[in-house]
Each structure stands twice: as C-alpha cells, then as structure tokens.
Design a protein around this ligand. Sequence first.
Ligand SMILES: [Fe+2]
Length: 328
Amino acid sequence: MQEPRGLRAWLTGLAPELAPDFVARSGNVRLFDADRDLERVLFASIPPARLGKRGRKVDDLWVKSSWLSDAENDGSLRVRVAFGRERDDDASGDLLRHRLVADLASRLFPESALVSANPALVQIVERMIGEPALFTQHIAYWNAPEGGALFHHDAFAEDEEESGRPGQLGVCYVQLSGRTAWLALSIEDLAVRVREFVECLAEGELPWVSAQLFPNEAARKRIEALVQYDDALVRELARPGCGLFAALVNRGPEFTAWLADAGHAAVLSPGDAILLPNHGLARTAMHSVFCAGDEVAYALSLAIRADREQTPFLVEETKVAPPRRTKP
Ligand SMILES: [Fe+2]
C-alpha cells in the first residue's frame, strides 16, 4: 500500500472476489487530504440482473488508502471503504449505498465477518440499538509501533437523535493481530476529567505541565473559564482535534495517567472488540488509540447503523422512517 498504485494493485488482485457485482473504475481520483491520502479507487456497483431497469446503479463507492497520521516516522496506514463526496457524504443515511459499502468491504476484508456475522456480538449491539444492525463504512488499520490516533470522536452532527434521522449509532473496533492501547470514555466523562485536571493545575499542582500547556496567563485564564461551563466544555472537546484542549488531552503522560487511574484505559489483544456508542456530537465516545508493542497491530472498525429498508436495491429513493429506539 505504501508503494505508488499499491492500493489499485491489491484491488486488482481481488477483482475475482468482487465480480460481477463491483467493478473498479479507471482513472485517477482527486485526493481529499493532501498530507495523508495515498490513493483512492472508485467502484461501480452493478445491480442484480433480475431487477432489470428497476436496479439502481451506484458508481461512487470508493476505497482509499492513507497514512493514519501526519506525524513524521509514523508508518501506520489505514484503508477506508465509503461512498460519495468525502466529508459531505460521510454522515449520509443512504441505506442502499451503506449496504453496498458493507458488501464491498466484506469481500475486501472477509475477516470483518468476525463482527458482522458474529451472533454473540451482533446480539449485544442489536439489544443496545433496539433494531437490526448494519455494519458498514469499514476501516482497516495497521498501527505501526509508536503510531496511532490522537483523541477524537467518530460522530457527526447529523447523528443527533433530535434530528429525527437515523444516524451512525456507534462504531465497533475489533483487534485482529498485535495490541493497541486505548483511552476511551464518554465525552461527558472526558469533560469531567479535564475540569478536575485544570482545577488541579490551578491549585499549583504539576507546575511543569502548566508551563508547557499555557504560553501565557491569558491562555491559562481562557482554559480555566471554559471548564466552568458544561456545554461549552463539551462543545470544545467535540471540535476537530479537541479544539483548545488538544494539547491538554493529548500531551501525556500526566493526563494520560489521570485517565488510566480513573479506569478509562484498556489494552486490546487479538480477539478483543470495543464498542464506541454514539448519539451525536454532545454524547459520543472520545478515544485515542496507539500501537502497544513492537509489532504492527491490525484491526478493523465498522460503523453501526440501523438496518431498516426492506428493498434497498430498487430505484425508489430511500424512505427514512423516524427512529424507534428502545432504551439501552
Ligand atoms: Fe475513531
């Protein structure tokens, strides 16, 4: 994957698994993230012949390879399967295209059946979301030693329950080889821990951390004021890279140890899975993931959505029913 056209070469080798339902389109595709993206290949889905003219052709599925971070010397890679325009369609609820992505990804990564065809796991997820689950928008991760992802969430504004649309309900991550170290907690819990930590700094504890975090008194005052307001604090943490709190939540080791001591850390070994529930930006799971050990760690993450539509391959536009959820 790290070689030029490595993704297309890998996909070409898998073409027999994809035919006749999915066909790679030729030509170069514009890359979305110039710093991290390596290659993107578009796919067309060919509707089943039995549907005749009623079959809807979808030609904007894609598979993308990219570096996991823009940190120098981080060789971690990921391959993502999705559809449409990046960012604009990331939160799309188009169930047909989500199902096609799920089908395409299950052929590229047959090991994803360890999640999507795992009765025990599917049962847990469906009990939590209160309806049939669709696992889609697969991402394969190769976390290289010392590589990983800083604190972030996987939520979209469109996932808010108040929006009345079925959103992404969470993510299931499963470790397949190697080990990863996790910090994972609800955004509300992260807000509580950040407030505690800032109050501790304000009392003069860990002065070297204050010196590194706050370039001047104004910066310190701004953070101390922000942690006083629950909504503002959560909103800031939900911003890309955790906004003004980026340095505090990611710098470690003091805050990392603070979270670990509070029970928010875990090490995932092969066969372990972690569920990251999601109810929109203000109620989601914050997480940071790093390779733990000197072996490249391979894992898959799958988005969880409600699987509602009965006849998704037909031309009719997806009709979206209002969410019917039982309480978890
Ligand atoms: Fe994530």
